[in-house]
Structure formats: C-alpha cells, structure tokens
Design a protein around this ligand. Structure first.
Ligand code: BGC
Length: 745
C-alpha cells in the first residue's frame, strides 16, 4: 500500500519513478494444497460441481440499495450449487450472500465475488486504451491498485480485468478496453495491471483475470464476437505475448474468450487451455468462461447441445462456467456416462479452492465485506488525486499549431462548445463500474474551476453526439464570436465503444464536424478536445483546428484534468498506443506490418497501396506532441556485432529544446532484415519516459540482448536468427534515427 502512496507522491513531484515492484508474496503453497485436499476429500460430486458454477446478479450498490437475497439463490447456495457470483456488490449485500454460504451450507465453503472493475469501481480512471497512452506501466499499476482498494472494500474479490487483447482494427469497440496494437507495450500494461490489482493478497487486494483468452481482438472486420483466423506464428508473436505476460506477473485467473480460433472455439480449446496455458506456461490458477461462452459453442456449430458443450469445455480445461449453467445441469450425468472423469472435475475444484484459500476466505469469509471499510475507502481524496494524475498523463497532444497551447491565462472569454463539453456521463467511458455522472467534472466545470474572475467561460452544446439536428449551431456560433478561443469537445458517446459496439465508420458521428466547420467561419482559434474509445479518422479537424488533444474517456476527474493540461499545469506526455487511420478503408493499418514484395510507393503503380490515399496513417503509433520540443543527438551503439551471450547498449542524447519542462517517451525499435520467415518492418523493443527541464539533456541507454530478437521461426521454434538488424530510436514509430548491428553465432 505504502508503495502506491510513494508513486503518487513521486509523480506529484513531477518526476518519473525508477520504481521496481516488490515480488508478490506467495507464502504457503504447500499448506494451501493440503487444506484444499482436505476440503475436497469431504465433497460430494454435486458439491464439487457447484464450485464450478458462477451466476450473476444485476448491478446495484450503495446504502440505498435494498439488501435482500432472493430465496431462490439462498437455496442454491445452501445446497452448495454456486461457487461464485458476479455483479453482487456492496459490503452488506455480499455479507448476506456469504453468510448463507458459510453458515447454512453443509461444507461452509465461501463464495468468491467477481466484477468487471475495468477502469475503476466508483471512482473511474481513464479507459484502458487511455491508460496505455501514458506509456507508464508504474502509473497503470498504481491505478489498478487504487481500483482494487475501492472494489475490495465493497465485497469484491476478483476483477475480470485486465483485457489484454491486441487490436489492430479500430472498428472493434473493445479496442477501448485494452492497450492497443502492440505486443510489447501490451505485455507491460498487462503485467502492470496484474501487479496493481493483486499486490499482496494479505493486504485485501483483488485477484486479476487476464482476458479474453485468446485472440479475441482479431475478430474479422472488427465485428465483435466474429470469427478469428490467423497463422499460428502471428498468433504466437503478436496476440499471445500479453496473456503470457499477465500469467508471468502472477495472474490467478484467466477468462476464455467467445471467439473461435482457427475453427475451435476458445472455450473448448484444449490447445489454448491446456497445452499453451498449463503445459507451456505452467499456469496454476483457474479459468472462467466468458458469459455463456460454453453455451455459445452450440451456435458456433462445435457442440450439439448444452451438455455436449459442458463436456467439451471441462475436458479442455475450462474450470468455471459463467452463466451457461451447463456444468451445474449436466456434469453429474456426464461423469456417470464416463464422458467426464471425476478427476478432471477434482482438478478444477482444487484450482478454485486454492484461490479462495489464497484470498483468506476460509479463514475469514467476511474480510472483504466490512461496511465501515466500505464507507471509508470509496471515493477518497487519494483515489481522486490518483485518477486525476492518470488522466493528465493519458492525454495525447495530436496537434498544436503555432504553439497555441498552453492556453494563455489572460483570455477574457472562453467558449466551451460541443456535445461533450458539459457532459458528465460519456467521460465515464464503457465498463464504468459504478461510476456516477454526479461525481464527474465536465470540461465546462473544469474550466470554471480553473479560471479566475477575470475570465468568463461561456457554454453551448451546439449539437448532440449522434443526431442530425443543427438547431444548436446558431447559439454555438454566437458565443464563439464573443470569445477569444473555442474549446470544442467532440467525439463519441461512451456506448459507441466497448462490448458489442463495433462501428463501420471512424468518422465523428452526427453533425459534429459540421458544427466545427461553422465555428471555423468565426475566425476564432479552435482547440479540439477529443473524447472517444477508439482511433478516429479526424482529417478535417487535423487540417483545420488549431490544436487537438486526445483525452479518450478520462473518468471521474475529466474536466479538471483537461483544464489543467490545456492551461499548461501539466505538459502533455501521452503517446498513441494505436495507429489512427485516415479513413476506415485503410484498416487494418498498424506500425509493425510486413514489408511485402512490393512495398507501397505512390510513384510506382504496381506496389502495395491505395490509389486514393497516402501510404501513411493520420497519426502513427507512438505519436504524441508536447508543449516543448525534444532533440535527439549522438545516437550510438556500444558495438556493431553481438553474439548470443552479449548485448548492445544503444544510447542517445535527448535534449529539451523548447520553452517548457516536459516528459518524453524515448522509443526503441528493431528490424530483423532477413529471416527464415518474413519479419515486421519494425518492432517496439523498449521505451523510457523521462522528465527533462527546459534546456536539459540526458543520455538514454537501452540494452538489447539476443533474447529480445526472438520470434517464431520457420521451424516454429521461438528463437533468434543470426544476421543484420536495424535499430531505431526516436519520438514515435516514424520519426526515428537509425543504425545497424549484426547478430553472429
Ligand atoms: C464480457 C466480459 C465480461 C463478462 C462479465 C462478458 O459479456 O465479454 O469481458 O467480463 O461479460 O461481465
């Protein structure tokens, strides 16, 4: 706990930490195993199956919520037919449920309560895509930790997070829930979340659930739940690493995904659930299905009925059934028919009981449901400060023409315009937990809180997010005319990204761009504040607005964070974790693509390109401006040849050449020039976020080892191959300095 205060303290001092997390305590594995076996020995087959069954309650929390457990559930708990609930929230409510389990059921096995704490419980933090844009794993870890404190105080033991699905298609609404397109950045973010949620479980943290295993982000056409089909090499090198990183960071659970992968639904895939996860990676925790993902194998055409689906999933290694009720209904009979071995059930029960022991629930089943702690720990000032700090660091400055930002403090009138300007619902973002709009500061409020009496803040909605009416334009134009500057808040609504929220267009919805065009005619400078859960094709804004700040959905502290950044109290330091296409027709477009036999060349007809588009995206991966400027010099390699045993130190001097103190994310990329299989044009292999005072220069060192150069080669072995490599260092994935080295045998 103390370490997170320290992080917060350190970032408030405006420094970048050299923070190394302490390893998680994992005290008495053997004792736990013995205790698990002693419980298992007492269990009937029915009770064992009950442990594998997870059911849901509707969301509802707070002192006003009536605490009553429906009789139907009470009876099932008493009979040992439920091992876990999701969406049961609140110290009192979970207490009531737990009481039935540990006082009225035969074996008194405690329940485990899960919830989607994706970017906050009651205090919301930026959506995960925004958190990834900080490029600061230690900040993301801190964020996860604060989310754990809040939710654990309200009875929650387990979050269905982090979502670590790599997404190369921004049409996919769930891109908002993950860390974007890159396996390296995604792996660091996955591990940071896991460490932050779980910490030391004796400290009342929550267990993480790495999801959705696996490949869910590869849905064809970016349409949610759609088929996923890719080569095993792409799967292993691009999509799999963040799940592995989550497991290596100690995640106690994983969630099997909805999708099929190469013809086998993930929820029935022995290859994923056993061969890779348990055999290759040595995962010891348990796997929960996604919501009815076992039952959905019938629609996939992989199971004939719910019973068959249960047989497939359990035998594949899927331990807990979320809401399909296949296990609870059919497993007993499947055992009697010798289609499922009771030993396999025992193994799943062991895995689940182990986690219940690790959470301390057998020793004190009520440790997470203390009303006093709930009252004390929800929406504390510490959590709000943490949320504000993460929000400021998640913003990405996409344009700043003639250094119009930071805003001058002597403006007399500022027009805050747009459907997201005084909006307290959408900034919460999708999967907002119990985030309440009453707690959110809007941009308008943030500005009013910030400015002094000499500045007047005017407001007009202008239009709705997704509505054809232009009736509000007139009022917006009127106040714009009276003002010195326009803060135009546009983007998506919170329900345009997230689950089942794929879009076929990446343009601003409704008439928001038309509103911007009308405002441009006033001749007043336009600062765009963008709120959205995915990359957007904002070409017109890029060409015409004076500045653009990408703020994602920043959560509870949205308005304060935006005002502080626009006025320069915090110099933007975020970088894009995902490529922004010029148009949806460019999708998929991602930085670590292959070169092809005919690399795109606009002057050469028979090359890989579109006739009607530049080769480049609107904003590349890793892009993000600052109010200051940075210069890269003296790019050097310690050697130009390495063997498998040694390493290269790549160094570069980075100087703050502008007028403000600021942070820069120094990025390192590598290209393997010739391989036994074709290799990406570049791959992120390292980055460091540094703080540089005005005029300050620092030398940044990166070390490249042979192991950083490994990939799934032609023989399907994960290894490096001797040969030439390019190495790049710079401020984003395009503006890079370049050198070369050789790996020799
Ligand atoms: C989602 C999961 C989520 C689960 C429980 C599913 O529909 O795909 O991400 O954890 O519901 O709410």
């Amino acid at each position: 706990m103390r370490k997170y205060f320290l992080i917060l303290f350190t970032i408030l001092l405006f420094a970048v930490t050299g923070f190394v997390p302490t390893p998680q305590q994992n005290s008495s594995e053997e004792t736990i195993a013995e205790r698990v076996d002693s419980v298992l020995a007492l269990m009937t087959l029915e009770e064992k199956i009950g442990q594998l069954n997870q059911l849901s309650f509707g969301i509802g929390w707070g002192p006003t919520v009536k605490v009553s457990v429906p009789d139907e559930y009470k009876q099932q708990i008493r009979e040992g037919k439920i091992g876990s609930f999701l969406n049961a929230i609140g110290a009192e409510f979970t207490y009531e449920l737990q009481k039935v389990a540990v006082q009225e059921s035969r074996l008194k096995i405690p329940l485990i309560f899960g919830l989607d704490v994706i970017h906050g419980f009651k205090t919301t933090f930026p959506v995960p895509l925004g958190e990834a844009a900080t490029w600061q794993p230690e900040i993301v870890e801190m964020s996860a930790h604060y989310q754990a404190i809040e939710s654990a105080s309200a009875g929650i033991h387990w979050t269905f997070s982090p979502m670590v699905d790599i997404a190369r298609d921004p049409r996919w609404g769930r891109i908002m829930e993950g860390a974007g397109e890159d396996p390296y950045l995604g792996s660091l973010m996955a591990a940071a979340h896991v460490r932050g949620y779980q910490g030391d479980l004796s400290d009342l943290n929550i267990i993480a659930c790495v999801k959705h295993y696996a490949g869910y982000g590869g849905a064809e056409g970016g349409r949610d739940y759609n088929t996923v089909d890719m080569s095993e090499r792409t799967f292993r090198d691009i999509y799999l690493p963040p799940y592995k990183a989550g497991v290596e960071a100690g995640a106690h659970t994983l969630m099997a995904s909805f999708n099929e992968l190469g013809g086998i639904p993930a929820s029935g895939s022995k290859y994923l659930l056993n061969d890779i996860l348990r055999e290759e990676w040595g995962f010891k925790g348990f796997v929960v299905s996604d919501w009815n993902s076992i039952g959905e194998m019938i629609n996939h055409g992989y199971a004939s009925d719910l019973k068959h689906a249960g047989e497939i999933s359990l035998n594949a290694g899927l331990d807990m059934d979320m809401e399909s009720r296949s296990y609870i209904t059919h497993l007993k009979q499947l055992v009697e028919e010798d289609k499922v071995d009771e030993d396999v059930i025992d193994e799943s029960v062991r895995r689940i009981l182990r986690i219940k022991f690790m959470l301390g629930l057998f020793d004190d089943p009520f440790r997470y449901c203390q009303k006093e702690r709930e009252e004390k720990n929800i929406m504390t000032s510490d959590i709000k400060i943490a949320s504000l700090e993460v929000a400021k660091r998640s913003f990405v400055l996409l344009k700043n023409d003639k250094n119009i930002l930071p805003l001058k403090k002597d403006y007399k009138k500022i027009a805050v315009i747009g459907p997201l300007a005084n909006n307290s619902i959408d900034p919460i973002g999708g999967w907002g937990g119990l985030g309440d709009s009453a707690d959110v500061t809007t941009v308008l409020e943030g500005f009013k809180n910030y400015v002094d009496k000499k500045t007047q803040v005017l407001y007009s909605e202008g239009c709705k997010i997704d509505d054809p009416s232009t009736k509000g334009f007139k009022d917006a134009v009127n106040i714009a005319k009276k003002s010195d500057v326009i803060i135009l808040c546009v983007g998506e609504s919170r329900d345009m990204s997230g689950e089942a929220c794929s879009r076929s267009s990446l343009d601003l919805p409704g008439v928001q761009e038309d509103l911007a065009k009308e405002l441009l005619k006033t001749g007043k400078p336009i600062i765009v504040v963008l709120m959205n859960g995915r990359p957007m094709s904002i070409n017109w804004l890029n060409d015409n607005a004076n500045a653009i700040l990408e703020t994602w959905f920043a959560g509870t502290m949205t308005g304060d964070a935006i005002a502080k950044v626009l006025f320069g109290d915090y110099n933007p330091s975020g970088k894009l974790p995902v490529t922004f296409p010029r148009t949806v027709g460019q999708v998929p477009i991602y930085y670590n693509h292959k070169n092809t036999g005919r690399p795109g060349d606009l002057k050469n007809h028979y090359t890989s390109k579109y006739l009607d588009l530049p080769l480049t995206p609107l904003y590349p991966f890793g892009f993000g401006l600052s109010y200051t400027t940075f210069e890269y010099n003296d790019f050097k390699l310690s050697t130009n040849k390495i063997t498998n045993e040694d390493s290269i130190i790549v160094s570069v001097k980075v100087k703050n050449t502008g007028n403000y103190d600021g942070e820069e994310v120094v990025q390192l990329y590598v290209q393997d020039l010739v391989g036994s299989v074709t290799r990406p044009v570049k791959e992120l292999k390292g980055f460091k976020k540094i703080m540089l005072k005005r005029g300050e220069e620092k030398t940044m060192d990166f070390t490249i080892h042979e192991k950083d150069l490994r990939f799934t080669a032609a023989d399907m072995k994960f290894k490096s191959e001797p040969g030439l490599f390019k190495v790049f260092v710079g401020t984003n994935s395009v503006d890079l300095k370049e050198s070369q080295f050789e790996l020799v045998e």
